[in-house]
Ligand binder design. Structure first.
Ligand code: CAO
Length: 426
């Protein structure tokens, strides 16, 4: 008898003990290397975990609701060209019998942190048995269609994209999407508002990003004492330098104001490390690395890719990383690892047009910088008014760990660097 191949969870970054949202393969499926086999969902994002091996699926070791981490067993495969029919039959039956137990959390194997605390959605066993490709499952999630309600028109009852679209168009028949974060009073206003009384309305579902980030933002906003300090920085010389370099060097990447802001913030965080930290219980966790998140607006909502080690990167490297990550964000191709580990976030509305705003801290970070639109202003230089390009800055910070004096110093330092970028080298 040939030996079976074990497929385990590869290195998936900070996803530790996160629940399986969906199993994307069935017994008997022939899968290739890199084909997604399960979807995990953390508070921040969903992640399709690819198979590290190819072969025919003999048994599935996880079920929706079960928590996994790097190294957790996912599947047993029959090697390509191999034949382990006898074992396959036994494992197939065993796995099928085990599913209800796994969903209820009883008799699960120890996964370090152990037994799943989170029971899967009520219909998880059925959803698990549904025959649909990862893209169709993703489509169903986006359209909030419950796959259980779908009648597969494909071969062997496979649910196709057209089946999902058909269900979505019959909105009244839809069964509520079951993997949305639990509603709370803070995140789910009453549905009985009866706006129809005042005129025509149309109800639109929240996007997946909004459903995930909304409750998180509400929690952050209501649990962290936010204060926002405002300042302006003179970026006249910096803008002159930026446009000169861009004119000289037409090849990509374009130097953006945001790239300079990332670098200047990284230098300021090094200077004031209290801002490069997180609060955990009664401890402040000081970070020795400087990873900076940048808010990017996408069709589905706001995402925050992270520029790693921004303090060590040159401006060109930051510009090129930013361009690539903003493009990936808009194409919906960011990996979860692109969005984790941030120490501080920058949210710029400057290119769109904004005087100022009070950004919400991206917890567990301690502060976030909001950037408005730079405008030419008459600034008194002691002898006369001169036209200077001034950029508005807003720093929101966590008053449990920081204070107003620290925030004012942080902004003064940042503004000084932006006014004379040579100081970043000091
Ligand atoms: N003031 C004036 N002009 C600015 C500026 C500023 N602060 N920042 C950028 N601009 C100008 C640039 O000069 C550029 O013009 P040119 O093409 O003539 O050079 C143009 O705006 C576009 O700038 P950019 O390519 O550098 O892009 P950006 O930095 O403005 O934005 C990104 C990049 C990804 C941050 C942006 O596309 C985005 O998604 N912003 C939204 C962020 C957001 O949603 N924040 C959340 C707010 S709270 O919900």
């Amino acid at each position: 008898m040939n030996s079976t191949i074990e497929v385990r969870v590869p290195d998936i970054g900070d996803f530790v003990d996160v629940p399986v949202l969906e199993v994307l393969v069935r017994q008997g499926d022939v899968i290739a290397v890199d084909e997604p086999v399960v979807t995990l969902e953390s508070e921040k994002a969903t992640l399709d975990v690819p198979s590290t091996m190819a072969g025919r699926v003999l048994s599935i070791a996880v079920a929706p609701g079960e928590r996994v981490r790097q190294g957790s067993l996912l599947l047993h495969l029959e090697p390509p060209g191999g034949s382990v029919a006898e074992r396959s039959t036994v494992e197939l039956r065993t796995a099928q019998e085990r599913v209800p137990q796994q969903i209820s959390g009883a008799g699960l194997k120890d996964l370090d942190a152990g037994i799943a605390q989170h029971a899967g959605p009520a219909d998880a066993p059925n959803r698990w048995r549904i025959y649909a490709s990862p893209s169709v499952r993703r489509l169903a999630r986006e359209l909030k269609v419950d796959l259980c309600a779908a009648k597969g028109s494909g071969r062997a009852g496979r649910v196709l994209a057209q089946d999902v679209h058909g269900l979505a168009s019959r909105a009244s028949e839809l069964i509520a999407h079951t993997d949305a974060p639990p509603a709370t009073a803070a995140t789910s206003p009453s549905r009985n508002s009866n706006f129809e009384r005042f005129g025509a309305i149309e109800r639109q579902p929240l996007s997946r990003i909004q459903r995930i980030s909304g409750p998180r933002l509400a929690r952050t906003w209501s649990s962290i004492p936010h204060v926002t300090n405002f300042a302006e920085a003179d970026v006249t010389e910096l803008e002159r330098f930026r446009t000169t370099v861009n004119a000289e060097n037409s090849s990509e990447p374009k130097l953006t104001m945001l790239s300079f802001l990332v670098k200047a913030c990284a230098a300021t965080l090094k200077h004031y490390p209290a801002f490069n930290a997180s609060l955990e219980g009664e401890e402040i966790v000081m970070k020795k690395y400087v990873h900076i998140g940048v808010a990017v607006d996408t069709n589905g909502g706001l995402v925050v890719p992270v520029i790693r080690d921004a303090d060590k990167l040159g401006i060109m490297e930051i510009a090129s990383d930013l361009t690539a990550k903003a493009a990936a964000a808009r194409a919906g191709e960011l990996r979860s690892t692109d969005m984790e580990g941030g120490c501080f976030t920058i949210s710029s509305l400057g290119g769109i047009g904004s005087m100022g705003f009070t950004p919400i801290i991206n917890a567990p970070e301690l502060a976030i910088l909001g950037v408005g639109t730079a405008r030419l202003q008459p600034i008194w230089d002691g002898a006369q008014f001169s036209p200077r390009l001034m950029i508005p800055l807003a720093l929101s910070w966590d008053h449990r760990a920081l204070d107003g004096v620290a925030a004012a110093r942080f902004l003064v330092h940042l503004a000084t660097l932006l006014a004379d970028f040579r100081r970043v080298l000091l």
